[in-house]
Design a protein around this ligand. Structure first.
Ligand SMILES: Nc1nc2c(c(=O)[nH]1)N[C@H]1C(S)=C(S)[C@@H](COP(=O)(O)O)O[C@H]1N2
Ligand SMILES: [Mo]
Length: 322
């Protein structure tokens, strides 16, 4: 085997330019030999000349779906996270997610679909082309970030597995493994973390499955190896480290909805008019933006994506269906 198994990669291991360049040449020679194909632009993590490197991804930017707001830095994006499987402090995921083994990884496609089964991540990704989309992520805790995600439309994956006419919803589940995810030893949430979308929401072209950010393979603390990003909904809908995608007839209940149904609804659309019971959603704080007294910015309906997604909810009372 030329490619060694994936080491655990921490953000502190981000490789200097020089190593990337020599690694690129190394990969080119692999591709030429036909050994690195079939991974949808992802070459696996490896050690090159004794140095472990973060894999780089082949992708093309998609400005049509990208905000032109200033991006948060890689340090902010990988250092201030919610990933309760590794602790509830914003710094815990960066500290502890390194122990998550993201290869090999498989994803079960289950429920109301013609083609179900358990698939290697590589086979899940193989037919898809990766693109970069710069999305704002608005956390329900009233902070936000702007992140250059790398991924592909969730709808493209759903179509491949041919959901039946009974498939009205899609449920997503995170890995359950308290050995790797020590936060799961505490009853903070009803583990494993689960989320769901209505089928038309899941098919919307803005909803993506992301496998990287900032041109690199997804850092563990951001939900490696594969996570959802639904930019018009509060961040908690964007479930990380997915091991199951299930098509259902009944509306699934998400972990947050189960733990506090008055505070976290199934829809969780970003909405400045509907406050969380314990705080306002009218404004938000951009992580890293300037000084402590930097003015908060107004939160936008559907996180700024109203033109694209408001029609999904026409006729619905969004104060009741929060
Ligand atoms: N499995 C899992 N997914 C999760 C969470 C979590 O605790 N566990 N936190 C959510 C919340 S509340 C937010 S705001 C986003 C944060 O994503 P980021 O750390 O990549 O910015 O991830 C979401 N996905
Ligand atoms: Mo969040």
């Amino acid at each position: 085997m030329l490619i060694k198994p994936a080491p655990d990669i921490r953000p502190s291991e981000i490789t200097p330019e020089r190593v990337y360049l020599s690694r690129r040449r190394f990969l080119q020679s692999l591709t030429a030999a036909g050994l690195a194909g079939g991974l949808a632009g992802i070459a696996d993590a490896q050690t090159v000349m004794g140095v472990s490197v973060i894999r780089e991804l082949d992708y093309h930017p998609n400005p049509r779906y990208s905000t032109d707001e200033a991006k948060n830095t890689l340090e902010e994006v990988t250092g201030y996270n919610n990933f309760y499987e590794f602790g509830t402090d914003k710094g815990d995921p960066a500290r502890y997610a390194g122990r998550l083994r993201t290869r090999p990884w498989s994803v079960a496609i289950e429920g109301e679909a013609e083609d179900t089964g358990v698939f290697d991540l590589e086979d899940i990704l193989a037919p898809h082309t990766l693109e970069e989309r710069i999305y704002r992520l608005r956390c329900v805790e009233a902070w936000s970030m702007v992140i250059p995600w790398i991924g592909f439309p969730l709808g493209d994956l759903i179509r491949r597995f041919r959901p039946t006419s009974r498939a009205k919803y899609v449920q997503f589940t995170t890995l359950l493994d308290p050995k790797q995810m020590p936060g799961q030893r505490y009853p903070v949430l009803d583990w494993p973390y689960a989320e769901g979308l209505r089928m038309d929401e899941a098919m919307h072209p803005l909803a993506i499955l992301a496998v990287g950010l900032y041109g690199k393979v997804m850092p563990n603390q951001n939900g490696a190896p594969i996570r959802l990003v639904v930019p018009w909904k509060y961040g908690f809908k964007s479930i990380k480290s997915i091991v199951s995608i299930r098509f259902t007839e009944q509306r699934p209940r998400s972990s947050w909805e189960r733990s506090a149904p008055r505070e976290y609804g199934f829809y969780a659309n970003v909405n400045p008019e509907v406050d969380h019971p314990r705080w306002s959603q009218k404004t938000e704080r951009r992580i890293g933006a300037g000084s402590f007294w930097e003015p908060r910015q107004p939160t936008r309906m559907f996180n700024g994506y109203a033109d694209q997604v408001a029609s999904l909810y026409s006729g619905m009372d969004l104060a009741r269906n929060f």
